[in-house]
Design a protein around this ligand. Structure first.
Ligand code: BJ8
Length: 423
């Protein structure tokens, strides 16, 4: 990635520390990804993106900024990309999935904060992530307490707008979320200088729906007993989706889905017949957090679905494209986004229903409920999740972990025992 040194300098990055990150990533990726056999050819696109992760997309974003476009950095799947895209803005994900950034976050946050938040804040404050440097505005949300406080710290450094997410899903909450999205359109219009109209919003809704459909096609292929793609590869596609241009993401994901569908017809599986099928549910796995997938898939099982924001929550449910007025479109957006079931809502029975439905659809043998350490929301909801699964006779293993490798061997032992118990 040496060609990008000048760009990183111009972004005010800490080159020395960033070099250390650039050195570990290729080895980690090689060990986890390139060691897999018989991967779909279409994965070459995502391998290339990872090999240039801090170069190629950041340079596209900078080029777009030179042409007058604005970049919005987001952290949560409730922030409606459609509004930003309608105003000719660009959305990029900003979540941090590496332990590398955690100590930077711990300089300003309590250690007992979830690693996702600590890594995000550390990536910004330590100046080691170009995406955090490029974004003209961060868009936070009031999903969890840790994030709410983190926005105050990030907001001292970067213009940060916060969307107030309802905590419940009653009619009045959906209306409230539609109003909140309407207010957000004004913020986006002000920053971009572009008016959001029913026409451009409709086009943006279509673009994002197409991305959802393409990602869903890849997941559809994972329902087959002939498993044409590993969980690790599917996760990588999802993680990059947050950063990529949505139209290109749809195009590449459709290309991958074509290949997977052909593989299923040809009986090409990346796992031996009878490999135990695992559904992962819980907190998101931001790039480059591949730890659990790697542990599971090197312990004799396959991950066939992620009920996570880096999984089904990102693409399930389309926005109604038939609305012709801004008011109708904003309500359609609110309705679609509030169908997403995050543990920050109460009650959150929809998530339990989703997990049980997906366990059937993906023909899973067992579920692993993953919680990032110090995420009180998902940790607490684990009780309800595990109770519902047990009641349905679906084996479940609850796991709490962070980004370090210190618990890897202990986790492997537990995962292997769980897989063995699946028979
Ligand atoms: S919609 S899961 S992306 S909030 S893991 S930071 S909740 S303490 S990430 Fe999330 Fe939106 Fe929900 Fe999805 Fe807080 Fe928990 Fe950390 Fe979390």
């Amino acid at each position: 990635m040496s060609d990008y040194v000048q760009m990183w300098k111009d972004l005010g990055m800490d080159l020395q520390t960033h070099d250390a990150l650039c050195q570990v990533l290729p080895t980690a990726f090689g060990d986890v990804y390139l060691s897999q056999e018989n991967r779909p050819q279409a994965m070459g696109f995502w391998d290339f993106v990872v090999s240039e992760i801090h170069g190629i997309r950041p340079s596209e974003l900078i080029e777009a900024q030179k042409q007058g476009q604005k970049v919005f950095g987001t952290f949560c799947v409730y922030v409606p990309d459609e509004v930003i895209i309608a105003a000719n803005g660009i959305v990029t994900g900003l979540c941090g999935g590496s332990q590398f950034w955690v100590p930077g976050g711990e300089k300003v946050l309590p250690k007992s904060t979830c690693p996702l938040i600590k890594a995000s804040v550390g990536a910004r404050l330590d100046r080691t992530c170009p995406f955090f440097r490029i974004a003209d505005m961060y868009v936070g949300e009031t999903t969890c307490d840790g994030k709410k406080k983190a926005w105050e710290i990030l907001g001292e450094d970067v213009p940060t707008y916060i969307m107030d997410i309802p905590q419940m899903k009653r009619e009045k909450d959906i209306q409230k979320w539609a109003d909140e999205i309407a207010e957000f359109t004004k913020v986006v219009e002000d920053l971009t200088g572009n008016k959001i109209t029913a026409e451009n919003l409709n086009a943006a809704i279509h673009t994002i729906n197409e991305r959802r459909k393409a990602l869903a096609r890849v997941f559809e292929a994972r329902k087959s007993q002939v498993l044409p793609i590993s969980g690790k590869d599917a996760l990588l596609m999802m993680q990059i989706a947050f950063f990529d241009d949505p139209a290109r993401c749809a195009q590449m994901s459709n290309k991958l889905a074509d290949e997977l569908e052909q593989r299923i017809k040809d009986g090409v599986s990346v796992f031996p017949a009878g490999t135990k099928r695992i559904l992962l549910t819980g907190t998101p796995l931001a790039i480059p957090n591949w730890k659990l997938h790697h542990l599971i898939e090197t312990s004799g099982a396959a991950v066939v679905c992620e009920e996570m924001c880096t999984g089904t929550r990102y693409f399930e449910n389309l926005v109604d494209e038939s609305q012709t007025t801004l008011e109708g479109q904003l309500m359609a957006l609110a309705q679609r986004y509030l169908k997403t079931n995050c543990a920050c809502f109460t009650p959150n029975t929809g998530r339990i229903e989703d997990i049980l439905r997906m366990a059937k659809e993906y023909q899973v043998d067992g579920v692993i409920d993953v919680n990032l350490k110090f995420c009180c929301l998902y940790d607490t909801e684990g009780y309800t999740v595990e109770k519902a699964l047990k009641k349905s006779g679906i084996p479940v293993l609850g796991i709490e972990t962070d980004y370090t490798d210190t618990d890897a061997e202990q986790l492997r032992t537990r995962i292997e025992a769980f897989i063995e118990m699946l028979g």
